[in-house]
Write a new protein. Structure first.
Length: 482
């Protein structure tokens, strides 16, 4: 990847990605959030603004605003194409993407924008070591975690399964402002080693459980949560369990109105001790993430929850059903997304589709620990069955703990609970991929306008293509068959 003048590079991102959030609030955050190679940082306050700019890179529709939030469910089996769909994300649903697709190029570039900003933050923070005692560690810890996250997401999207350590992964970028450097693709093992190194630095530096403005900043709990997620993908089961347990700590799963408030108020009612570990804050200046599924103002339903996803829930007793799915007002026989309908203080939605993106929730940590414990100990482990039942007890009125009759029952129970709990939060496609499972959509796919209702686990479309512009610029290797 040739990193030319950074202003030119940012302009390339904006030209490539046709989304309203392309500017990522540069002007709102001040000049220190713009990647200008001649910028001189004057104080740790400037570095702090650069860190805010790093967070803002994640807000883009090419990253967490759409492509890594709802597209993974559209790629998989949680969403069904409707007749209202006017082309929104259809090429993802039909697995018809190519190396010259602007949306996929935008995802690649936006993740490297986040990495570049994190690198600048890390480098500039070292120049003000004595200015604010303790502040440097908190800033750098967050930047290390953000850099690890972006490399991890790149590897998930553009690389093969993590168990193939010698296979080509993605370019590693740990130095900013490289004017003419051509960066080749590192192996999966090398990328994972860099991610692990960055996360170790983050966990070492982030001693403060709340470095301000929680849950919108990465703290030690989030660093442990990201470490658990990475270990899960890499099938490092003991580490996954250990880090998930550390992230859980003394936190409590949300219940009742606190759980409902996550999806109506972006709040779990418990501050730093509850369900929300880290969220991305979306304001009225940002694109409304929920409008990618259903545009309420024009009543266009682009994607409905799939029938086989909805069938997993107890529609009477499971609080997730009423929070995740709503009747479409114009046709109550149809369900629409309920997670991203918009904040509704007092029960009135002020901005349709506008919501924070929940990057890490406590329930994911329970599910990671359950899966890791199952892989380590089968039905004889401490956490697997207990953690699945803990989530059900928090969500389902009148829940009675299940005693799983077999290893297969427990394994299916964990994965079904994961699918139910984390629907439309960016996980389903990657869960199928990391577990080597084929995609088989339900019967409602056959009656939808979709042209592809299945994908075998050996198909090359489980990896996104390296963007063609990157191939031209750097002559790096393309993924097979593209």
């Amino acid at each position: 990847m040739k990193y030319l003048n950074n202003r030119v590079w940012i302009a390339l991102v904006c030209m490539t990605v046709f989304v309203s959030s392309c500017t990522d609030k540069f002007t709102d955050l001040g000049p220190t959030s713009v990647l200008a190679e001649n910028l001189t940082f004057q104080s740790m306050a400037d570095v702090e603004l650069q860190l805010v700019g790093t967070y803002s890179a994640l807000l883009s529709g090419s990253y967490m605003g759409t492509n890594m939030l709802i597209v993974p469910d559209i790629l998989a089996d949680n969403a069904t194409q409707t007749s209202d769909n006017q082309g929104q994300q259809i090429f993802y649903h039909n697995h018809q993407y190519a190396a010259n697709d602007g949306s996929i190029a935008g995802t690649w570039l936006r993740m490297y924008v986040a990495i570049e900003r994190a690198n600048i933050t890390l480098e500039e923070a070292l120049n003000f070591e004595e200015e604010f005692e303790g502040q440097q560690d908190q800033i750098m810890g967050q930047a290390f975690a953000l850099r690890a996250l972006a490399h991890f997401d790149l590897l998930r999207a553009f690389g093969p399964s993590f168990d193939n350590g010698a296979a080509l992964g993605v370019p590693i970028k740990i130095k900013s402002r490289e004017a003419t450097a051509a960066v080749s693709r590192a192996t999966v093992g090398e990328v994972l080693a860099q991610i692990d190194s960055d996360l170790l630095e983050a966990r070492t530096l982030l001693t403060d459980n709340d470095p301000g403005n929680a849950p919108y900043r990465i703290n030690i709990d989030v660093a442990n949560a990201l470490s658990a997620r990475v270990a899960l993908y890499n099938e490092e089961w003991l580490d996954a369990s250990t880090f998930a347990t550390a992230a859980i700590g003394t936190r409590s799963l949300a219940t009742g109105t606190d759980f409902a408030d996550i999806w109506t108020l972006d709040d779990d009612g418990n501050g730093t001790g509850g369900e929300l570990l880290w969220s991305l804050n979306y304001t009225s200046a940002d694109a409304a993430v929920g409008n990618g599924l259903w545009s309420e103002t024009s009543d266009l339903l682009f994607w409905s929850p799939s029938a086989n996803l909805v069938a997993l829930y107890d529609d009477v007793n499971d609080a997730r059903y009423s929070s995740y799915f709503l009747d479409r007002p114009s046709n109550t026989a149809e369900l629409v997304d309920g997670k991203y309908r918009g904040r509704a203080p007092g029960g009135v939605i002020s901005n349709f589709g506008l919501h924070d993106v929940k990057m890490f929730r406590l329930s994911e940590m329970y599910l990671i620990r359950a899966e890791a414990d199952f892989e380590l100990n089968g039905t004889g482990g401490t956490f697997a069955a207990a953690d699945v039942n803990a989530i059900r007890a928090a969500r389902v009125t009148g829940h009675v703990d299940e005693v799983f009759a077999s290893s297969l029952d427990l394994e299916n129970g964990i994965q079904n609970e994961r699918r139910k709990e984390l629907a439309f939060e960016g996980h389903r496609w990657f869960d199928l991929k990391r577990r080597g499972e084929s995609l088989v959509r339900g019967s409602d796919c056959d009656s939808s306008p979709a042209v592809n209702c299945s994908l075998v686990n050996t198909d090359y479309h489980w990896l996104f293509p390296i963007p063609q512009g990157e191939i031209f610029a750097s002559d790096i290797a393309q993924n097979d068959n593209y």
